[in-house]
Design a protein around this ligand. Structure first.
Ligand code: NG1
Ligand code: ZN
Length: 532
């Protein structure tokens, strides 16, 4: 380690003394301006992580997703485009909280020793940011971190979070049999656009799709995707696309707003018969919605997307004649109870609950042949594990229907961003299925009816005292609180509620569902009262 060089750069980015940073579910996330030292240090951590992976490219994304415009965040992306391995999260937290440049060097040296890092390996890092105003400042800090460790760095500018994950995976698979694609925006648009056209050509073209881009990076990126696809099959109009005016990002719009408030975003008037979707601020979440003939709003959330996708895949697998290929679904406790029953009882597919945060869902989905995972908020994707790929390769289709189904499964695999949930790729996936089935949004929505649900955020004095087990559905601490929740739940038909600390905010979340809207709200607010 070049201590003099590291210290010189580190002195430029002192840690704010009053702040403690934690690498949480989505990396570090807090007010943008306070993150300079943390982002600088993440650059150096990415370098060490790359060296620990024999010089594979590690990603660094600067974003705070659906959070406020003043916030920002940073997270590391592992070689196959997946979230940073959990065992390194502790290093990140320790590093971010080192008080002085001397301590920074000590922490670096400690990691080098623990991980037996060969410092002669040239580290490689790919990085990008979203549209937030603090982005350029943090990018400069990151670049100092990369310079401090002489990293071979690739700047991808302003792109969506899943695009950066894709680039990382592409760079690390180049010239191999698992080559994922070309690590450029054009390569991304070509890969997903071509797979989409392969799947929909010959079908009926859909009506226009209105996309609420949350005034974030998804707006310019989806327009580029549409240019590359250049087909009536992808007929879109982007709303909330103002990434220039301060104060607009995620305000009254975007997937998180739509999901939390159960109403359409500002700037979009729902017309019955039309189709709508919302991205979040970094375009890794997507939700669909529509108004029925009475003008009532209906949300097609992550659970609706995952059941749509799982049904389609299950049917294709069966037509293709690969019988021992199992499609499974991973959800979190936030999944609507009726979606879980539908998957189990109607689709007859295996389903498991994972802890909140896509890395947990991702790991569960990896264990399935074809694993469909979505958080109710619209973040998710599909994974084909190596045995699924082998089974697909081995199948010898005999009928034209079988040939078509096998070809569709391969094309779907190309259409899906397997590295992480991706609003643009998920949108093309949903569009493909709707086009192939000739379905409207109400027809998709017919599968099952959501139970009324309510998600509340409770700000408490100390959220660290809340400890859970059983995929976060049961409280172990504070003592006796779970008993109170249980007794409240039994009062309401089809009632279900749980309390867990947020992994991204200093707050506790309360979720409740019940047979009627009134019961559901009463349950939610009484549980929140017990928490508070
Ligand atoms: P927390 O703050 O831990 O509830 C939220 C979302 C997660 C996930 C992360 C990362 C809910 C209830 N929680 O986590 O699903 O998306 O943010 O962005 O939606
Ligand atoms: Zn996001």
């Amino acid at each position: 380690l070049n201590v003099e060089q590291i210290s010189k750069y580190s002195d430029k980015h002192p840690k704010p003394s009053s702040t403690t940073f934690t690498y949480g579910t989505a990396g570090f996330r807090t007010i943008g301006e306070t993150l300079e030292s943390t982002v600088f240090r993440c650059g150096m951590l990415a370098a060490l992580r790359s060296q620990s992976k024999q010089g594979k490219v590690i990603g660094v994304m600067v974003t705070a997703s659906h959070n406020r415009e003043e916030d920002n965040g940073v997270k590391l992306v592992d070689p196959m485009g997946e979230m940073l391995q959990q065992s390194w999260e502790g290093y990140c937290t320790t590093m971010a909280n080192a008080a002085t440049s001397e301590e920074v060097v000590e922490v670096l040296a400690h990691i080098v020793q623990e991980e037996r890092i060969d410092l002669t390996i040239k580290p490689r890092v790919a990085y990008a940011r979203d549209t937030r105003p603090s982005g350029p400042l943090l990018q400069a800090a990151l670049e100092d971190g990369l310079s401090a460790l002489d990293v071979d760095a690739s700047n991808y500018g302003v792109v969506t979070t899943p695009q950066l994950h894709y680039f990382v995976r592409c760079m690390n698979t180049e010239n191999s049999s698992a080559a994922y694609g070309e690590p450029t925006e054009a390569g991304y648009n070509a890969k997903y656009g071509q797979a989409f056209l392969r799947l929909v050509s010959g079908k009926q073209t859909p009506t226009k799709l209105y996309i609420d881009a949350a005034n974030g990076v998804g707006a310019p990126q989806v327009l580029k995707l549409a240019d590359a696809i250049n087909s009536p099959y992808f007929n879109i109009e982007v709303r909330n696309s103002d990434t220039q005016t301060l104060g607009k990002l995620n305000v009254d719009c975007g997937a998180d707003h739509v999901k939390s408030n159960q109403r359409p975003p500002a700037g979009v008037t729902l017309v019955p018969g039309s189709r709508y979707c919302s991205f979040d601020g970094d375009a890794d979440r997507i939700l669909y919605y529509y108004a029925d003939e009475h003008g009532t709003f209906h949300l097609l959330d992550g659970d609706k997307i995952s059941t749509l996708v799982a049904t389609y895949l299950r049917d294709l697998v069966s037509t293709a004649g690969v019988d021992d290929l199992q499609v499974g679904v991973v959800q979190t406790a936030y999944a609507n109870g009726n979606s879980t029953s539908y998957i189990k009882d109607t689709l007859k597919l295996p389903t498991v609950f994972a802890k909140t945060g896509v890395k947990h869902l991702h790991h569960e989905a990896e264990k399935m042949n074809i694993g469909v995972y979505f958080e109710a908020n619209g973040h998710g994707t599909v994974l084909f594990n190596p045995s699924a790929v082998a089974k697909l390769r081995a199948v010898e289709p005999a009928t034209p229907a079988q040939v078509d189904a096998v070809e569709r499964l391969w094309a779907l695999r190309d259409l899906i961003n397997e590295s992480v949930g991706d609003a643009m790729s998920d949108m093309l996936l949903v569009e493909t299925i709707l086009i192939c089935k000739g379905w409207t949004l109400p027809q998709w929505d017919e599968a099952y009816t959501d139970l009324p649900s309510r998600l509340l955020k409770v700000v408490v004095n100390d959220s660290t005292i809340f400890k859970t087990t059983n995929a976060e559905q049961t409280l172990m601490s504070p003592p006796l609180l779970q008993d109170v929740v249980d007794s409240l739940v039994t009062k309401f038909p089809r009632g279900r509620a749980f309390v867990r600390p947020s992994g991204t905010e200093d707050a506790v979340r309360v979720y409740a569902e019940a047979a009627t809207r009134r019961d559901c709200d009463q349950l939610a607010y009484s549980v929140a009262g017990a928490v508070f």
